[in-house]
Design a binder for this molecule. Structure first.
Ligand code: FES
Length: 335
């Protein structure tokens, strides 16, 4: 059996935790109910934040043929809500609660050509796909984009495995990726799979749409945690529930509302499914839409947001006339 979308929880033993790039740890897990992890699959696992359990999702970077060994990689986020700090503190022998591999970013085998695009830690969702395409002798290019080489996990290994099929763009070497040029290389027979920061994925999506390429051939995975602006503390008001809640920098609006006792609907918690949508009735500030669920037009309308990832900010430019008057304030009606 291979990865599904049915959540089956199990225990897993941590076998190894080693650094693989600046702030990125490779974590090897031995699950008690092994299941083969197909390319694009991830596991959900329970972390502890301030002693409280919380669910996090991590792509499976590698697994062996029967799934008895799963490898994930975790970046210590500078503004971590606590999950990545917990993960970096794991030691061999420790037990975790994890799901069997789950699949919502499947690789479709049989396309004429593939472009795989990974930005930063997004390589964790893409590396396994590239390895499979290499084994299948498919026509693929793996494009790996990063800030600096020292922050790019698995670079040497990928270069050994993929040779000339690997194309590396490094910002601090002045070789940043030109998105329109990349998308120009795609034709009607090309499928593009990507995972990385929202700005990169948004730029690709715009170019893809601009070239009128088939949208089903553009596939992506999002971590739901990178935005257009740095996260700020803001206030959310829910008159229907008589609530006014402070959303700190390191927590999502969804989490803050749950903490305050609101019963919220959600599924992916990654800005993909739209289930956590709330209606915006008043806003002082602007919305930092971090989802990949809404179209650009829907995001511009500013009447709703996915509260698992999107946030309010005082001003997109930092130049709000009443900047300094306090945090952004958003009034919503919950789902
Ligand atoms: S829970 Fe899926 S978009 Fe928020």
């Amino acid at each position: 059996m291979a990865a599904t979308n049915i959540e089956t929880w199990q225990s897993a033993t941590v076998k190894q935790v080693v650094p693989v790039a600046d702030g990125i740890a490779r974590i090897v897990l031995e699950p008690s109910l092994p299941l083969k992890a197909e390319p694009g699959s991830h596991v959900d696992l329970m972390v502890k934040i301030d002693g409280e359990p919380a669910k996090r999702s991590y792509s499976v970077v590698e697994s062996n043929h029967d799934g008895t060994r799963l490898v994930i990689s975790v970046m210590k986020a500078p503004l971590s809500r606590g999950g990545s700090i917990f993960m970096h503190g794991l030691v061999p022998g420790q037990r975790l609660e994890i799901t069997q591999p789950l699949q919502n970013f499947p690789l479709r085998v049989g396309a004429r050509r593939y472009i795989l695009l990974a930005g930063g830690i997004g390589i964790t969702a893409i590396a396994n796909m590239a390895a499979v395409l290499k084994r299948l002798k498919a026509d693929y290019t793996l494009v790996y984009v990063g800030r600096s080489r020292s922050a790019m996990a698995y670079l040497k290994k990928l270069s050994e495995l993929h040779g000339e099929r690997l194309e590396v763009h490094v910002d601090d070497e002045g070789s940043s990726l030109g998105v329109p040029a990349l998308v120009d290389r795609a034709d009607a027979d090309t499928e593009l799979y990507m995972c990385g920061p929202i700005r990169l994925m948004d730029a690709v999506r715009r170019s893809w749409v601009g070239r009128e390429l088939d949208l089903p051939n553009l596939r992506y995975e999002t971590f739901g945690n990178s935005g257009w602006y740095d996260p700020e503390e803001f206030i959310v008001r829910v008159p229907k529930l008589n609530l006014e809640v402070k959303v700190p920098q390191g927590r999502s609006m969804l989490e803050a509302l749950e903490d305050a006792g609101a019963e919220m609907m959600f599924d992916c918690r990654k800005g993909e499914c739209g289930l956590c949508e709330v209606r915006i009735t008043e806003l002082s500030g602007a919305i930092d839409h971090r989802d990949v669920f809404y179209s650009e037009r829907q995001q511009r309308q500013g009447t709703k947001m996915n509260c698992c990832v999107s946030r309010a900010v005082t001003s997109p430019t930092g130049s709000r006339s009443d900047a300094g008057a306090g945090p952004a304030v958003i009034t919503i009606e919950p789902n």
